[in-house]
Design a protein around this ligand. Structure first.
Ligand SMILES: [Zn+2]
Length: 464
């Protein structure tokens, strides 16, 4: 099924609508191997739009093996003779399209599928890929392990930006958001958590299947499964948001009750600050996993052993900024990280710490000659995507500078309006500039040009 979206221009939707008015006749041609993102040319795929993923996966920690079937529903956006999915490693048993066996070949990280007959534009089809193997993590030079990551008692998936293809066939670009459901089978005694909400538990032959289902579209890099021994808490925040947290019991420094309470309290505070919580449940997973980052996996961020409140503030802010409103292209990543960093500033200021002005002043004191200013926040290049200064700090500074330029009232209208306006969809920097100008009634081209698109220290903000 396709997510039902309001008829407003968003990148993913615009492509579908444009394609839909073209004549339906014409030749059948291969879909593109990528979604057209220059940072990751092979990420995502062209020629179709995914509606849903149903991932059925059994994991045996002792052998590190999975046996899985992923069923994808998608709609052809052109007359397709063949199409690609992103998929790495593992061994494929079979591929079917609409129930009929399809030919396939593997070409690097691409799984190239040729259905028995062409798929006409507008046709909704189902792809089922059955596979098994020992999935392995990607080694990212900056981030370390991403994708399917083994832990001492199971595994966890952390897939920003392009790790999901290590464990399921996927159109792995945030512009192709889709619904997800999971059936994860593990040996008795272990548990499985995922995005969305629990949808049933069944025990059979010494194994347990945990079902989870999300009811909001999700960028594929946010797909999360955590397998292992967990102490799980399922309750509601004082503000009424269902809160599900899980803690690996070997993490003796993590107080599970406090983690649950903090997650609920931060979610409520952020809902007051940014507007309604965008999903049906919040939460978090604290796992003993060998990575040095937390990730804002939808509904339930994953924390590698540390659950400091300020990290929760950052990852939960991403539920609005990054997860509900997702980047159109990876160059727009400051819309995730700048906002999540600014959420930390706002939280700190509201809880007796430094003011946002103090945070800004300290960072802005960096001399104009410092090389850190040369990375453009709105076009950082693939290697600059997670640059601490250009994306996180300068992203947050851009928001503080905007606040000084347009005033508090207009600024918070923008901050709350943005996740409401683009909820469940994709947006980029140009969308944000246009939105901010419309909400404030000011011409902000020069302002954003200096803050986002110029590799130099921007002028100090002035009220306009
Ligand atoms: Zn972040």
């Amino acid at each position: 099924m396709l997510p039902v979206l309001p008829p407003v221009a968003s990148h993913g939707l615009a492509a579908v609508l444009t394609a839909a008015v073209l004549p339906l006749s014409g030749p059948f041609t291969p879909g593109a191997p990528g979604a057209g993102d220059p940072y990751f040319p092979n990420a995502g795929n062209g020629g179709f739009d995914v509606g849903s993923y149903a991932i059925s996966l059994a994991y045996t920690p002792k052998t590190r093996r999975i046996a899985a079937t992923t069923r994808i529903t998608a709609t052809a956006t052109q007359n397709l003779s063949r199409f690609d999915l992103d998929f790495a490693g593992n061994t494929i048993g079979s591929v079917t399209v609409d129930g009929a066996r399809a030919r396939y070949r593997r070409d690097g990280g691409e799984l190239v599928i040729t259905p028995a007959r062409g798929l006409p534009q507008g046709h909704e089809f189902t792809v089922a890929v059955t596979y098994h193997g020992r999935p392995g993590a990607n080694k990212d030079p900056e981030l370390g392990q991403t994708g399917w990551i083994r832990t001492k008692d199971g595994a966890v998936t952390l897939s920003q930006p392009v790790g999901s293809s290590t464990w399921f066939p996927v159109s792995d670009h945030p512009s192709d958001k889709a619904l997800f459901s999971y059936a994860i089978t593990v040996p008795k005694g272990l548990r499985a958590l995922a995005n969305g909400e629990p949808a049933g538990i069944a025990a059979r032959h010494g194994r347990t299947t945990y079902r989870w289902r999300s009811s909001h579209p999700m960028a594929p890099y946010l797909a999360m499964v955590a397998i292992g021994r967990f102490r799980v808490r399922d309750g509601r925040s004082p503000g009424g948001v269902r809160t599900i947290t899980a803690v690996d019991p070997v993490l003796t420094d993590v107080n599970g009750a406090k983690f649950q309470r903090d997650t609920a309290a931060v979610t409520d505070w952020e809902a007051r600050t940014f507007g309604r919580f965008p999903f049906r449940s919040t939460g978090g997973v604290a796992d003993d996993v060998d990575v040095s980052y937390a990730l804002e996996t939808q509904n339930r961020p994953v924390y590698p052993g540390t659950t400091d409140r300020i990290i929760l503030v950052h990852e939960l802010a991403h539920q609005w900024f990054g997860d509900s409103v997702s980047v159109a292209r990876w160059k727009d990543i400051w819309l995730n990280e700048g906002f999540a960093t600014y959420a930390e500033w706002l939280w700190t200021a509201a809880h007796g710490g430094k003011s946002t002005a103090q945070r800004f002043a300290k960072l802005y004191a960096k001399p104009a000659s410092d090389k850190a200013w040369t990375i453009r926040t709105g076009e950082p290049g693939q290697r600059g995507m997670f640059d601490g200064f250009a994306i996180y700090d300068r992203g947050a500074m851009t928001l503080e500078a905007l606040r000084r330029t347009v005033g508090d009232k207009a600024f918070f209208r923008v901050l709350r309006g943005w996740p409401a306006r683009f909820a469940g969809r994709n947006a980029g920097s140009t969308d944000f500039v246009a939105f901010a100008e419309r909400e404030t009634g000011k011409d902000l081209d020069r302002f954003f040009d200096a803050w986002l698109f110029t590799g130099a220290k921007p002028p100090a903000p002035q009220p306009s």
